[in-house]
Design a binder for this molecule. Sequence first.
Ligand code: GUN
Length: 309
Amino acid sequence: MSAKLLFGKPIQEALLEEVAASARTIIEAGQRPPHLTAVLVGGDPASAIYVRTKTNKSREVGFGSEAIILPQETTTKEVLSTVTRLNEDDAVDGILVQLPLPEHCDTKTVLDAVDPAKDVDCFHPHNTGLLVQGRPRFAPATPAGIIELLERSDIEIAGKHAVIIGRSDIVGKPMAMLLLHRHATVTICHSRTPDLAAVCRGADILVAAVGVPGMVTKEFVKPGAVVIDVGINRVADRDQAADILGDSADWERFEERGYLVVGDVRPDVAEAAGAMTPVPRGVGPLTIGMVLVNTLAAARERRGVGGES
Ligand code: GUN
């Protein structure tokens, strides 16, 4: 068996077209376009790429967007004052503080300071609470993107056993809520789960969100299961990359960049799975798409602007 590969790009394109059409409706009604502001602290190259992609895609769909880039040594207090200024700026509909913040910054304090009405990442405890109660204001971007991917690929969720590896606030926990609200039976696994592979073999839908390159092997997968790989790991060790990727390793790219991007799931899992997301080009594009969907929702709710959803 060879799994059907679930690519994120075509679904991202469909999402962005829908968002762009709504943005046009808002502009035609004489209103300002939705506006997303990203805050990046420090020079982490991967984070800089994510932020640039989010602001570029925002402009592509007709939104206003910019990134505020603060130096690595910025204090928590200084980040807070930027967040407060954006909260008070009526022209800003969505605020996104790119994670991880530098170690000396108090991430929880910063995220808690974002106006919940502008919290397009859905990281504020108020929005998390609404999500848990099944009446979300915003859908957390990566898990919501995975739901879009499953639904638009006609993969049934109701009644299925979904197993999630990883219990982060950004992916694991909100993913569990979104699947539960769509009537899946949900198991969350983590570093202290005994016999992880056996638990995962019970999954109809397996979501790997741990950040350990190549951790999920064929032994974790029930034949025909749907496997969603959220891992985006940079592997700079040639032997490790060769061990995980086998024949699918792109050595030219390795030489060029000094690393390869590897998921939490080994590519040879495709021999057991019914469908799976590749890394890269799987889940990643959907996270970006959902941030824009949330920015549109924030603009509508804050300003009472109309248009089809
Ligand atoms: N860093 C990794 N994932 C995310 C995300 O979804 N949002 C933000 N703001 N930072 C991230």
